[in-house]
Ligand binder design. Sequence first.
Ligand code: ADP
Ligand code: MG
Length: 212
Amino acid sequence: MNGDSVDIDLARAWVQAIAATVDQHKDHLTQLDSAIGDADHGVNMHRGFSAAAALVGMEPDPVGAVLVKVGTTLISSVGGASGPLYGSVFRAIGRMLDTPTATTQEFTAALAAGLESIEKLGAAAPGDKTMIDAYAPALAAFQQRADAGADLAAAALAAADAAEDGMRATTPMQARKGRASYLGARSIGHQDPGAASTALIFRALAETAATR
Ligand code: ADP
Ligand code: MG
């Protein structure tokens, strides 16, 4: 393992780090969802990622096998919209990583496949006040850094910062997808819970990559 590649240990550590940060921010995610949804986003994320973190550990190469398993676990253990959406993201990322170690460029392509899968399944676009509003800027920042020759840790740090900016930018938006869209203009003024959990996922990647 060097600083410029994603291997199976890093993939596992990322999943564990997501589970830990979701555990820590569970109540916050639920609070956000209680304002414009049904107050289950923290519980959904916690259920899904605890189950996923408990299962990963014994997969052999390729590196993507861990992430495909995470995706499948999220789909089967989370009832809310976020389970199938994040499930499809992790399955799509994992399927692109059919290699023992992936370069930062290969990981960029995998993250891009993850975004495509949310857009396809959720039929949402940037500006609809969803997890896409954190994911799309995170991917763009990651890609820009990777293209400039940055290593994984630097690209992931830029992505995490961009995801948090994107998350904050959802507050003035009106929701056009998911439960929050039922509120119409009353969804304005609240941060999107799924954008907040996406920011946690990218921050977990940055922190995991930084400690290697
Ligand atoms: P539910 O809405 O079923 O209660 P969660 O509360 O777990 O599920 O997740 C809600 C989050 O899912 C939203 O904040 C939003 O970011 C995301 N979401 C909902 N619908 C869509 C969609 N069609 N496309 C993309 N993301 C969506
Ligand atoms: Mg909800």
